[in-house]
Design a protein around this ligand. Sequence first.
Ligand code: GLN
Length: 485
Amino acid sequence: MSKYNKLPLTTLHSLLVNKEVSASQLVEDAISSMKEDPCFCFEVTCFEKARKQASKITEVKKEEFLKGIPFVCKDNFSHKGVKTTASSKILEDYVPLFDASVLQKLKKEGMILLAHTTMDELAMGGKGVSKNGITRNPYDLERIVGGSSSGSAASLALGMIPFALGSDTGDSIRLPASYTQTVGFKPTYGLISRYGLFPFAPSLDCVSYLTRNVLDASYMLSTLAFYDEKDFTCSHHKREKYQDYILQGRKKKRIGYLKEMLDNISSNTIREQFVSLLSVLEKRGYEIHSFSFGKELLENIYPCYMILSSAEALSNDATLDGIRFGPNRAKDARNYIEYMKKNRSIGFSSHIKKRFLLGSLSLDKNYRSTLFDYESKVRRLLVNRMEEFYQENDFLLMPSSFSAPEKIEDLNLNISSDRNFMNHLLTLANLGGYPSLTLPFMKEGNMPLGINITAPLYQDGYVFSLGQEIEDITKIKDCVVEVAR
Ligand code: GLN
């Protein structure tokens, strides 16, 4: 266990300012804990580069909030000069020529990148399956940590680093956060530049991240949310000092929950704890409202997400032809098509191929109207219903998951046909582009489980202030877990 990096960002910053610790010490502290990784958190490390950067930092000023602090990022951010594969064989030996805009920004702020974390291949999945193995849950090594930002969540929960970058297309930050008692935040779509983030489904993808507490998450958004002309989907909306919503106690009061969600929680403990949280919030002056969304509509979240995201993935990943990098095992191929076919056959796992099949089917001229076009309309209906929800409520509140993460021995990697909306509610935030925060909530047995707050577009600051209120109620924050060896 690290000595320092298990602490939150605000504490590390004060220690650095007061010279109670140096950037180099923080880096060594992180490296030594990362070397004892019990969960398979990392695809690649860049310790020497980090050591060099740290050695140049001799002092940290009060206004240099992030300077000298170590972090890790998911293996799908372009990182100049360091192998970056999105945990896929098709990107074997790919060394990017440029830094993603967020990496560039964090470097400029003086943060020190130590490693790329494991993920579901190309960010498609929620189980933590990389080309090199499965990431384990530090709370129970026999279970998955969830994904696709798997190593980011596990390494933060293990106290190795205080901040981890990831991405969220369907729930990929907020689900592993739920399973690891960490804070996971997906901002409003377009607020953080995606230049250099490997695309999965660009109408849904968001750069997202994990921290130890809600205040740290709010500070990080103030740094990461800047307009970037290199990302044409980057929003022009004004950026704010998001921590001020917490520090100045700026609040909105109307909390809504979905009636169908409450009716379908099978665990009594989870239902009781959720209801009791609602009543504490009510006592603190919040209004609590139930909202009937419509079961049939909710059951459409998953097919809608799968059809649209697979179609987008198919198009984006067409660039992964295996020519300049990749498994490169088709030397006997007679032409470009044959070479590409062979490399793509070897380079993608069967799970990815199934997603591509689904994507091609949904765009095929014979099926497009009943699949891609149909689901695009369903997306509109779901978002319209969310907008109706927001007429009456400022926030949507719900548990982030409703059962323990799967046991590794029970893993099934087929594309699920499970329309049970209880497993897909987090995806509503991606379909509408809404800001969405998961923070620690409770434990069922040994396993943690988070609570999720989602709000209308650009209400990120209010999400943090409600998150802070809930953190004050549960008093669960800054958690780290020690794995018994
Ligand atoms: N689990 C979802 C999927 O398999 C979400 C992935 C993500 O958010 N990157 O597609």
